[in-house]
Design a protein around this ligand. Structure first.
Ligand code: DMJ
Length: 621
């Protein structure tokens, strides 16, 4: 639209340039024209123009300065006259109400104002509680009752208290640096100060956050727990095209979320755990129901590690789903999770076992064992741990799990446990009937397992199982003590004239693993022998001296060297396991007591499903 047509009040322009300087020039140049009747002189026109524009400005100003002018404007310009009147009515009513409320508040006594604030607060709290109890969409309602021992007392002894505080400070150092340099990513590279990703989780992110949640809770690091919870709420996403390790995602993510739920009661953790559990279900779509090791959680396509004997699944992987899956059924009301893991047992129980031992490899299609390699360390370890803990977690009702565990320990004792010439007890590996006299760092968890299982062993064997635990703890302590850094190697041998020493360069590393400290913690709780706290403290000193760096904690390439060569990875299990077990070692026994909790293999505490509680739930229905 030409500009001139916007200004009808100014009359028709005289010609080209009429709005520009030339117009004035033209007027000036043409001299003053005689004013006709009803016509204005130029100055009068100018004054009139001024008055008029002042008037327009005032009108607009009035509109904009009126309260809630945007509503009024929209009423004026976009609505019918009736709507505009309605809006004005509403605005007036709003103003009157606001004035009334302000007057009433001013008339209130301070005590009445305080009471109102209190009531508002209570309502907010009730709403929050309601949200917790209402459950997530698609999940049954569940009344949250925090299990016994989610928090404990301060240690009575000030020296122990100081040590425990130091361990909490280590957690803070690990967490703060992860937060500073790798927030939201899976792990931290503490030397290069950036994120570290491992292919175990595909592109699921946040492994350190989920793994650390329960440690933050137990250590009462409330701010950090809150920020981790918020991250899970807003960012933890399983709708990704990712090929993941079913075992690793289960023990770290499902286990971490379940524990966080049982400790805090925050529904978001229950919801996410079940959501993730459902994503893992296609892994069981094999001819036998023995799950694949790897799964694409978008397509549901699974496969096994290419290096695993003839396309086999791994004992320690498919055998370490039981605790989490039982809890998934418990929390979701969906029996499918429990059915899947109970079927694994059925398959195992149908098979012949060489010398009563469980080989590490099982083909999910044929249902036959792969290579006859047996290990209580890597590839086998947590399968045995979960048999025992399934029985404990069932409040000692899972007789099948119990029998499988004690039968397996019997075979392990007969075929794998040996004593060195100087009297160190160790657990060797079995390769088709031949023993390899090597023990992995991973195998050291077994000391704690034997001691924890002592209670359920036949009465004449109870002391023996505790003793076995103590002997493994001593051997593993020796494996630490015989290095320059007082940190244990990945594997140590009892052959070629050495005992509890790594002889191969590629077995000399320490990646912040927890198993030795885990065994100290169990042995301390079950015997209260102070040497376990002393050994745990030696590990703290070594970690501080050799693994702590400005940017967090790092693994070490060679623990026999006097100079650290750091591997630049802060493993998520350092926060979930190593530091948690250390903290528990210097806590009172009332924190996460064994009668009420079992730890999954990533040290995530899961409550014992007490018979009495179930009866109570049943009676309520
Ligand atoms: C952890 O992820 C778990 O403890 C697992 O069972 C074995 N390895 C690591 C820690 O060493």
């Amino acid at each position: 639209m030409p500009a001139a047509s916007l200004l009808p009040l100014f009359g028709s322009p005289a010609g080209p340039g009429a709005l520009g300087g030339s117009a004035g020039g033209g007027a000036g140049g043409g001299g003053r024209k005689a004013a006709g009747p009803g016509a204005f002189r130029l100055t009068e026109k100018f004054v009139l123009l001024l008055v008029f524009s002042a008037f327009i400005t005032l009108c607009f100003g009035a509109i904009f300065f009126l309260p809630d002018s945007s509503k009024l404007l929209s009423g004026v310009f976009f609505h019918s006259a009736a709507d505009g009147a309605g809006s004005l009515e509403r605005i007036r009513a709003d103003h009157e109400r606001a004035l009334r409320e302000a007057k009433e508040t001013l008339q209130k006594l301070p005590e009445e104002i305080r009471r109102d604030i209190r009531q508002d607060k209570e309502k907010l709290l009730q709403d929050a509680r309601g949200r917790k109890e209402a459950g997530a969409p698609g999940l049954p309602q569940r009344l949250f009752r925090q299990p016994v021992g989610a928090v404990g007392q301060e240690p009575a002894d000030p020296v122990i208290r100081e040590k425990r505080d130091k361990i909490k400070e280590m957690m803070k150092h690990a967490w703060d640096n992860y937060k500073r340099y790798a927030w939201g990513l899976n792990e931290l590279k503490p030397i290069s100060k950036q994120g570290h990703s491992s292919n175990l989780f595909g592109n699921i992110q946040g492994a350190t956050i989920v793994d650390a949640l329960d440690t933050l809770y137990v250590m009462e690091m409330k701010e950090e727990f809150k920020e981790a919870t918020e991250w899970v709420e807003k960012n933890l996403d399983f709708n990704v095209n990712a090929e993941i390790s079913v075992f690793e995602v289960n023990i770290r993510f499902v286990g971490g979320l379940l524990s966080a739920y049982y400790l805090s009661g925050e529904e978001v953790f229950r919801k996410k755990a079940v959501e993730l559990g459902e994503k893992l279900l296609p892994a069981f779509n094999t001819p036998t129901g023995i799950p694949w090791a790897l799964l694409n959680i978008k397509s549901g396509i699974g496969r096994n590690w290419p290096w695993a004997s003839g396309g086999s699944s791994i004992l320690a992987e498919f055998g370490t789903l039981h605790l989490e899956f039982i809890h998934l059924s418990h929390l979701s009301g969906n029996p499918v999770f429990a059915e899947k893991v109970m079927n694994i047992r059925k398959v195992l129980n149908r098979l012949d076992k060489p010398e009563g031992l469980y080989p590490n490899y099982l083909n999910p299609s044929s249902g036959q064992w792969g290579q006859h390699h047996v290990s209580i360390g890597g590839l086998g370890d947590s399968f045995y741990e979960y048999l025992l803990k399934a029985w404990l977690m069932s409040d000692k009702t899972d007789e099948e799990g119990k029998k499988m565990y004690y039968d397996a320990v019997q075979a392990i004792e007969t075929h794998l446990i040996r004593k060195s010439s100087s009297g160190l007890t160790y657990i060797a590996e079995w390769k088709g009937g031949l023993l390899e006299h090597k023990m992995g760092h991973l195998t050291c968890f077994a000391g704690g397992m034997f001691a924890l299982g002592a209670d359920g062993a036949p009465p004449d064997k109870t002391g023996h199982h505790i003793e076995l635990g103590a002997e493994i703890a001593r051997t593993c302590h020796e494996s630490y003590d015989r290095t320059s850094m007082k940190l244990g190697p990945e594997a140590f041998r009892f052959d070629g004239g050495v005992e509890a020493i790594a002889t191969r360069q590629n077995e000399k590393y320490y990646i912040l693993r927890p198993e030795v400290i885990e065994t100290y913690m169990y042995m301390w709780r079950l015997t209260h022998d102070p040497k376990y706290r002393q050994w745990g403290w030696e590990a703290v000193e070594a970690l501080e001296k050799h693994c702590r760096v400005d940017g967090g904690y790092s693994g070490i390439r060679d623990v026999y060297n006097n100079h650290e060569s750091h591997d630049d990875v802060q493993q998520s299990f350092f926060l979930s396991e190593t530091l948690k077990y250390l903290y528990l070692l210097f806590s009172e026994d009332d924190l996460l007591p064994f009668e009420h909790w079992v730890f999954n293999t990533e040290a995530h505490p899961l409550p014992v499903l007490h018979k009495d509680d179930e009866n109570k739930e049943e009676n309520k229905k």
